[in-house]
Design a protein around this ligand. Structure first.
Ligand SMILES: [Zn+2]
Ligand SMILES: [Zn+2]
Length: 305
């Protein structure tokens, strides 16, 4: 296995690496724009063709079917950092990263998980279809096609296709997703809410195409951008905005700037997001001093149950 990987890594064509990289972006979008921002948080709406594309991208990622991924994620948000959180970061980096997938779930995850409503998911025929045919779909999309397509497109060997475009790409994209649950719950700053473990982490944002602004995301989970910084290091937001431009996505939810700023004053750790410019920082702090009053609970959590 490792010898096969070694041979593939040093003998694969650059086209195969490029192909693997592009597939990795598609797989990533299937998780970030699909499983996460569309189905878990309903932060925007998508027409049927886009939902089908995202479902197929999601099969390419092979990270459990959409129903299961979304259920785990909603439970993670509702019971963050408790025994009921499927990847509770209080149990350490390894557990939050991958360990949670290797052992039985804590009984609290099942008990509390029952209170999280996921009935809306099964009303979507795209999710029902994926769940019904998940094994053949992921077998073909995540492993078979990435192995053989480089051969048909530009004459690459099957083994190189398998080790580079299927396995190496898969291992990287799994780890990049898992970093959101581990590193982005441990290392970074907390400009929006210092009382929770999620942080802003530039590296995770970069590799997880926009999902490392995790302190913002846990504070305002319904915002389709998962950040207040727009397109910056956020391929997923660019993709959703492009889909809105061509009419495939609509009802994109955001949080007004003044609500974000007020929340930062009330619960933030006083730092600014790692990517924000000095000018913005100055403008924000001027604005902050002009409105030092407390924010009503409803305004901060307009969508909270
Ligand atoms: Zn989330
Ligand atoms: Zn989280």
């Amino acid at each position: 296995m490792f010898y096969g990987m070694y041979v593939a890594v040093f003998h694969a064509m650059w086209r195969t690496w490029l192909f693997a990289f592009v597939l990795g972006q598609f797989a990533g979008l299937g998780v970030t724009a699909g499983a996460h921002r569309l189905w878990s948080h309903r932060s925007y709406k998508a027409r049927l063709p886009l939902r089908i594309v995202l479902m197929l991208f999601n099969c390419l990622a092979c990270q459990n079917d959409l129903y299961e991924w979304t259920r785990d994620h909603r439970v993670h948000h509702k019971y963050s950092e408790t025994d009921a959180d499927p990847h509770n970061v209080n149990r350490g980096f390894f557990f939050a990263h991958v360990g949670w997938l290797m052992c039985k779930k804590h009984p609290e995850v099942f008990r509390r998980g029952k209170s999280v409503d996921c009935s809306d998911l099964l009303q979507d025929p795209v999710i029902r279809f994926q769940r019904k045919f998940y094994l053949p779909l992921t077998g073909i999309l995540c492993f078979y096609l990435p192995s053989v397509l480089p051969h048909y497109m530009f004459g690459e060997g099957y083994a190189n296709g398998f080790f580079v475009a299927a396995m190496t790409r898969y291992v990287f994209s799994l780890n990049f997703t898992w970093l959101v649950n581990s590193a982005a719950h441990m290392w970074g700053n907390k400009p929006y809410d210092k009382n929770i473990s999620p942080v802003e982490n530039a590296f995770v944002s970069f590799v997880a195409i926009g999902e490392g602004f995790h302190n913002y995301h846990h504070t305002f989970p319904w915002d389709y951008r998962t950040s207040e910084l727009g397109w910056k290091i956020n391929l997923t937001s660019i993709f959703i905005e492009f889909m809105a431009y061509i009419g495939q996505a609509y009802d994109l939810k955001t949080v007004p700037d003044h609500v974000v700023k007020k929340r930062m004053i009330r619960t933030g750790d006083g730092t600014k997001d790692c990517f924000d410019s000095i000018e913005n920082r100055q403008a924000h702090s001027d604005h902050a001093h002009a409105h030092p009053e407390e924010v009503p609970y409803e305004e901060v959590f307009p969508h909270r149950e």
